[in-house]
Design a protein around this ligand. Structure first.
Ligand SMILES: N[C@@H](CCC(=O)N[C@@H](CS)C(=O)NCC(=O)O)C(=O)O
Length: 257
């Protein structure tokens, strides 16, 4: 097994950062290690697809054994390969930001980059809030927290994002007339909502925001994204996401108060 096939982080911290940066600037291939669902892995998979990278998706074979061999004991982890050299990075947002910058999805100037980060952070915050207050909350309180999430956080996010998208001309992008990290992350947030057992209630709210719907259609109809989303691998990830979120505690055990 070559280093690029293992799931272990073998970062040589004694290598000068300038050498590691060269690998990151001119990688030959990537390997994304994540569980076989969309969730926190999908934006990176989409970025690799959109960037036309030579990449493969991998899932842990025995997570409990592999956990401590990853940088932070959690996934996703991205392996960046060049020849026999490798850089390993982790933490979803660090990985996504690196990939987006590498593939030119962070705008054309400081203003655009900052705005892309702002839209991105807003969608990431909503995702985190949703995960903590609804998905991974105790099932007994979920009905109440879901109602609060829908009427407050989701409604507010939809209203403000709709306004920003309309201000940009309702062209299916947050900034200018081109794809960015924010576009891709928001579409994955909407997809994540749609995978939940109560997804129809969340999608009903989003369906009242035509500019957000247009954003989703624009991202998903990009030729590379369309091809990827219609691949057997991507369809399997969507199906297993729905199955996983039907009962997330089946995999982890129920939380205690
Ligand atoms: N702070 C990390 C959190 C990632 C995270 O929570 N990953 C989950 C899957 S979405 C995980 O690895 N869970 C398995 C575990 O914690 O053992 C990030 O943003 O990447």
């Amino acid at each position: 097994m070559t280093h690029s096939q293992t799931n272990h982080a073998q970062v040589n911290r004694t290598t000068p950062s300038s050498e590691l940066a060269k690998i990151m600037a001119h990688p030959e291939s990537f390997r994304l290690l994540y569980f076989p669902v969309e969730a926190q892995g999908q934006t990176s998979r989409d970025l690799l697809t959109y960037g036309g990278a030579n990449w493969e998706s991998a899932s842990p074979q025995n997570w409990l054994e592999e956990k401590d061999k990853t940088p932070f004991g959690c996934l996703p982890v991205l392996f960046i390969n060049k020849g026999d050299k490798q850089v390993v990075i982790s933490e979803t947002h660090a990985v996504e930001n690196y990939l987006a910058k590498h593939f030119g999805l962070m705008g054309d100037n400081d203003y655009e980059e900052t705005m892309i980060r702002a839209f991105y952070c807003s969608s990431v915050s909503l995702f985190s809030n949703f995960q903590a207050s609804v998905v991974w909350n105790m099932p007994e309180v979920r009905e109440k927290t879901l109602a609060g999430f829908k009427s407050r956080q989701l409604a507010h996010w939809v209203k403000t994002h709709e306004r920003h998208l309309l201000e940009n001309g309702n062209n299916g992008h947050y900034i200018g007339n081109k794809m960015s990290l924010a576009d891709i992350r928001t579409v994955n947030l909407i997809r994540h909502f749609s995978f939940q057992p109560y997804g129809a209630e969340l999608m009903e709210i989003i369906s009242q925001a035509p500019a957000l719907i247009k954003l989703r259609e624009t991202v998903e109809s990009d030729p590379k994204m369309h091809q990827w989303k219609n691949s057997d691998e991507a369809k399997k990830l969507a199906d297993s996401s729905k199955a996983f979120f039907a009962n997330p505690f089946a995999a982890t055990g129920k939380p205690t108060a």
